[in-house]
Ligand binder design. Structure first.
Ligand code: DMJ
Length: 947
């Protein structure tokens, strides 16, 4: 069998050598590149964990200034050396390998008083030790004169020591490991207080732990990791089969329900499939397939991927993709979905060609969202798998492109420097251990012929950190044939080869020749390029100002898709009307859509209407195919109308299934029930007539609370959730139901608000009780549509605003709720102030800096691309002001912008479209308003109260 493979390989390599790509030369070049990184680490950093390639020094925990969480990968255990052991074998650096194993055994100890990430320590250190041990034994077997002293499984013993130190992390009610542990003291009380962990963190333990168990005969490691996997599976959303990003290690409650395939989730999905590959346990394959179908249904859109809410998977939560998701095409190859893998990889390659590297995050129109690039391996990992499975030389070209970029932009005297900002190629003083462990390993393996490697990689599964674990760990005694990954198209076509092994991949598609695979891949790539080109054209046109701002803004509205549809969004309802679609509610509260082409605004709108109806029908079919039917909560919008709120923010709640259907908007003064849970007689019943009464959930039925309030003369009821921390954005919405026998005498509406929204309302109510020294009951509006808060505000300004000198109001609405408005003095047109409104979804002051930067930059770019300015300088000045206001809006402190003639002119002349803002566009998060005053040299900005 081996001979057969080698013969095929010789023919192949001869063919490629005659082409343009010289694999052998490129392999040598990668070797040189790897060695440059490795020797730099050894010369300047070892025994430190990582190399700082700009300082030519080691990064030592407790000595080098901390970078925060990212340093949790470091444990003063020569991280890079351990992580790199098996790469040394792959590239044939056997002398260096021997020396490295010796150094690890002699110098590395794990008994340090340091808190480390359980996930990172598992994948990088435990995985590195286990794979290093297996490679050491293999090398000794092949070359008996090497590693003669390695007789006592020294690296494996170190792995046991480390594995034992990680075990206490699994002592949680659910079995999901805590995210961090002290290597010497275990789970200190302070560490136990941190109950949140990410899905990938708990779900990326099994391969390493199972290997440790099977190599040592001690089942405990595998058992713990399996339990964590089982628990995660049990926490998937039962309808969508999607996973959220962060959950509580004790009760399993989701803390972040956004669901994608990148940061926080990625390697959990990877380990579902790879656990099947390594252990042969088909339960993991079934789980993976369920997740995979869910991802491809909800998260994937053509070549792009959108994070969605796990419980409402038609709602997108982010406007960008992160670079970690680039591992997905590699996984798709293992899954056997080559054509999808080609498509996504092509999208990623477009980003790489545009920006030289994959930025840490990029928008759906492939622009930079977060400009760092720490030389991550994911894109090259996928390139490797695609090349193995198609033998398409295109992937050799791709790998060469990456190598060229590395050499051109990040090679420094002491190694390879991460990129701080790929737009200007500034460097960062970091070379993460995965650069040597993964990036160069995959690059080398792309160009290496099988004969160049001392082992056959298809007899192994690669962990998420690219460490090799042998498939024979999962062989069963019942079947004598060895298990093997079969990626090579020639091998898949060879009956003889296929008879001698058991292929472990779920080989779904029938085997095809590499010529055929190459042709198909080319066709998919061309299609993908066309789709992306369309997107780019739109982008270019708007950047070049070929559209008027009106057109660009209008275009946001035009392209309403079923996936974005929110029936309570007034702007969307207007769009439906223009497309000739009418909406009504059926008897069972279901939404009915009817399309009449002749009622559309234009033939083009009629066509969109048809497309929309088709998409809706498809979505409905998909939903009923295998999802349990769920009664969607009917959203209701609540706003406080008087000053200082003036309709901001718009709170979302859900309407009860009993009582008034709220077909007309209700307005009334707010009051609080006493007692708050409103289950018995109300002590303040005499104050509640004509009011909208707030009560708290729990202790009795919803209908009982409403009835009590109704009998006191209330016109509406708001039930506030008693569960701390619940919110519309983060919780599963539902409709309060009554009891058919008991609720038909209720005629007032009841609205449910989650805790966060409810607390806001109560807090504002209580502030108003002392507003300007007099008691005021704020007027609340509640209805199926929000009051157009911008209009409300504008009207209020006109009547009561300072100086009553409001001139032209220019504004532009965005689908995500950014509004800019310059308010000017009527007499001379000088700007009085500029006001921005942002809706930042779940991003808050506590979010990651990437999220701050991302959301603000996205708004800044957006406004920059649609507003018209007299010059680029003015555009920049204006965008800087938006940026400052955006950061302030999240709660971060910013310096006042300087006033400048440029900015003043920009404010005087900026052209923004006059479109009604989409104040409840379906995006989560409240609208925050920031007003920047044009006073003198500085432009101070402040949050507008209530907004
Ligand atoms: C690696 O440590 C692993 O590949 C992990 O699964 C994800 N992140 C890094 C590289 O980007």
């Amino acid at each position: 069998m081996k001979t057969l493979i080698r013969v095929i390989v010789v023919l192949l390599s001869a063919a490629i050598a005659t082409g343009e790509i010289d694999k052998a030369a490129l392999k040598e070049q990668v070797l040189e590149m790897f060695m440059h990184g490795y020797t730099s680490y050894m010369d300047h950093a070892w025994p430190a964990d990582e190399l700082m390639p700009l300082s030519c020094a080691g990064r030592v925990r407790g000595v080098t200034p901390s970078r925060g969480d990212v340093d949790d990968s470091l444990g003063n255990f020569s991280l890079t050396l351990i992580d790199t052991l098996d790469t040394l074998i792959v590239v044939g650096a056997y002398d260096e390998f021997e020396d490295a194993v010796q150094k690890v055994v002699d110098h590395v100890r794990f008994d340090s008083d340091l808190v480390v990430s359980v996930f990172e320590t598992n994948i990088r250190v435990l995985g590195g030790l286990i794979s290093g041990h297996l490679m050491a034994e293999m090398l000794r077997g092949q070359q008996p004169n090497r590693l003669k002293w390695y007789t006592d499984r020294q690296l494996l013993k170190m792995a046991i020591d480390l594995g034992d130190r990680l075990l206490p992390a699994f002592n949680t009610s659910s079995g999901l490991p805590y995210s961090r542990i002290n290597l010497r003291h275990g789970m200190l009380a302070s560490l136990k207080r941190q109950k949140d962990t990410c899905t990938a963190c708990g779900g990326t333990m099994l391969l390493e732990m199972a290997a440790l168990s099977r190599l040592t005969g001690n089942p405990v490691y595998e058992e713990k990791a399996r339990k964590a996997m089982d628990f995660l599976w049990s926490q998937r959303h039962r309808s969508s089969d999607l996973m959220g990003t962060v959950l509580d290690v004790h009760d399993g409650n989701w803390v972040r329900r956004d669901s994608g395939i990148g940061a926080g989730i990625d390697s959990y999905y990877e380990y579902c499939l790879k656990a099947y590959i390594l252990l042969g346990d088909s339960a993991y394959l079934e789980r993976f397939n369920r997740h995979y179908d869910a991802v491809m249904r909800y998260v994937n859109k053509g070549p792009l991927f959108f994070d969605v809410q796990m419980h409402r998977p038609t709602i997108a939560t982010r406007s960008f993709m992160d670079s970690l998701l680039a591992f997905w095409p590699g996984l798709q190859v293992l899954k056997g979905d080559i054509s999808e893998a080609v498509q996504m990889h092509e999208m990623l390659f477009q980003v790489v060609q545009k920006h030289k590297f994959l930025p840490e995050a990029f928008t759906h129109d492939l622009q930079v969202h977060w400009a760092e690039h720490p030389l991550r391996p994911e894109f090259i990992e996928s390139t490797y798998f695609l090349y193995r499975a198609t033998k398409d030389p295109h992937y050799l070209e791709v790998a060469k492109t990456v190598m060229d970029s590395l050499n051109a932009h990040v090679r420094v005297r002491c190694g390879w420097a991460g990129v701080k900002d790929i737009r200007v190629m500034t460097h960062e003083d970091r070379m993460d251990s995965f650069v040597l462990s993964e990036t160069f390993k995959y690059l080398f393996m792309i160009f290496a012929e099988p004969a160049d490697l001392p082992f056959d990689p298809d007899n192994y599964v690669l962990t998420t950190e690219a460490h090799f674990l042998p498939l024979n760990l999962g062989d069963s005694k019942d079947n004598a044939l060895p298990r093997r990954l079969i990626l090579d198209p020639d091998e898949r076509l060879s009956d003889a080869a296929m008879l001698q092994v058991r292929p472990v991949l779920p080989l779904s598609a029938s085997p095809k020749s590499k010529e055929r695979l190459g042709e198909e891949a080319r066709a998919v790539r061309e299609r993908t390029q066309n789709v992306l080109e369309e997107l780019h054209t739109l982008q270019r046109q708007s950047a070049a100002g070929q559209r008027s701002p009106q057109q660009v803004c209008a275009q946001n509205a035009e392209r309403l898709r079923a996936i974005d549809f929110n029936p309570s969004n007034p702007a969307q309802l207007r769009q439906l009307e223009e497309m000739g679609i009418t909406l009504s509610y059926g008897e069972d509260s279901r939404l009915l859509l009817t399309h009449q082409g002749t009622a559309a605004k234009s033939p083009e709108h009629a066509q969109w209407g048809m497309d929309f109806m088709t998409e809706i029908a498809e979505a409905a079919r998909a939903a009923t195919a295998d999802l349990a039917p769920a009664t969607p909560a009917e959203p209701v919008y609540l706003q406080i109308l008087g000053p200082p709120h003036l309709g901001f923010p718009v709170l979302t709640g859900s309407l009860a299934l009993y009582g008034s259907r709220l077909m007309k908007q209700l307005q009334g003064p707010l009051a609080l029930a006493y007692p708050f849970r409103a289950c018995d007689k109300l002590d303040n019943a005499h104050e509640l007539a004509g009011k909208v009464v707030i009560v708290e959930r729990s202790d009795c039925m919803f209908v009982d609370k409403t009835k009590l309030a109704q009998s006191a003369g209330a016109v509406g009821v708001i039930v506030v959730d008693h569960n701390k921390g619940s919110s519309w954005a983060g919780s599963q919405s539902f409709s309060m139901s009554g009891d058919a026998k008991n609720d038909d005498d209720i005629h007032i509406p009841t609205v449910f608000l989650f805790r966060k929204e409810g607390e806001y309302l109560i807090q504002e109510w209580s502030k108003m009780q002392r507003w300007h020294g007099k008691r005021t009951d704020p007027i609340v509006a509640m209805g199926r549509h929000a009051v157009d808060a911008e209009h409300w505000f504008a009207a209020w300004l006109r009547h009561f605003g300072e100086k009553s000198a409001v001139g032209e109001i220019q504004q532009c609405a965005f689908v995500d709720g950014l509004v800019a408005r310059v308010v000017q003095e009527e007499s001379d047109g000088a700007p009085l102030y500029v006001q921005f409104a942002f809706r930042f979804g779940p991003v808050t002051m506590d979010s990651e800096p990437i999220e701050h930067q991302g959301i603000v930059e996205r708004h800044v770019n957006h406004i920059g691309s649609i507003a018209e300015f007299a010059s680029n300088e003015e555009r920049h000045a204006f965008m800087n002001l938006v940026r400052a206001a955006g950061y302030l809006s999240i709660g971060l402190s910013v310096k006042d912008e300087e006033s400048s003639p440029r900015l003043m002119n920009a404010l005087r002349t900026v052209q923004l479209e006059e479109t009604m803002p989409d104040s409840n566009s379906g995006l989560t998060g409240r609208l925050t308003r920031v007003r920047c005053f044009i006073t003198g040299d500085k432009i101070p900005c402040e949050l507008v109260p209530g907004g």
